[in-house]
Design a protein. Sequence first.
Length: 363
Amino acid sequence: MTTSRPQPKPGILDIAAYVPGKSTAKGPKVHKLSSNESPIGSSQKAIEAYRAAAGALELYPDGAATQLRNAIAGRFGLKPESIVCGAGSDELLQLIAHAYLSPGDEAIYSQYGFLVYPIAIQSNGATPVVAPERDFLADVDAILARVTARTKIVFLANPNNPTGRYLPFSEVKRLHSGLPAHVLLVLDAAYAEYVRRNDYEAGIELVATSENVVMTRTYSKIFGLAALRLGWAYCPAHVADVLNRVRGPFNISAPAIAAGVAAIADQEFVERAVTHNEQWLPWMSKELSALGLDVIPSVGNFVLVQFPANDKQHAHAADAFLQEHGFLVRRMDAYGLPNALRITIGTEEANQGLVACLKAFLT
């Protein structure tokens, strides 16, 4: 068939474009609680390293991000050659899909999994397969029941965004043991540093002992470097080799590398971020529950909140009210949760202000 203009590959126009959290609202002061960003800013050491790197912007960065991979490896006791760095973990998820999915293949993710997964799957001509969750938690049996001969990847966000729930390591291992050897299990551990549970493991152990597991991590959350777009993947050697063949030759900027090296070494900053979250996550959950809202238990730096099923107190009305008063949160329509909002744990002022605003809305 002749067309009057270039056409994309089949299926591309069926993809629902990713829409990030809002950044602007009315009011003299805006509290952005829509993108799970750091409420305590960034490591001062990372900022200083970034500024120092600005003195050599005419030079290409190290295409292998050697210093960054060595710093990450040293922090977690890993092999640098098993680490691949990217422009945020989003790029790494896309690279994995690009390298391992073809038309006719299938990839599985859970019902309320990160919206980047279906985008990555469909953009490579593969078919997304959704496994239903149980009480907003990934269901291992439901995932395994959907594995076929066409399945090539299983994406699992653990902890999950936007629900904030997590699978204990025993369940992740059960999932892995039930997968055929040719299926790649991708553990998206973007929020791993926030979890303080004895039964949780981000995936390092499973990657180290398997040939078909990859763990992705990000600098955007607890390290407070979302503007730099920086992430990394820990992979079996053969997967690292594949990703290094398909990634861009200079996919991370020199200032981002410098800031990443400094940030991973600044554990005092990380502990401050954890302490802040451990103080305000339970406070926010308790206060919102006291307003009669249904708060999903979370181990991340956010809460998923379900609103009453009536037009006056619906999540859309709550979102509009919050915006009018300078509070930006995330609507969940794209996840099939039109009556829910995801709320980032913010500063003390933002947290207390948001609760007061919602109290006024609900009364």
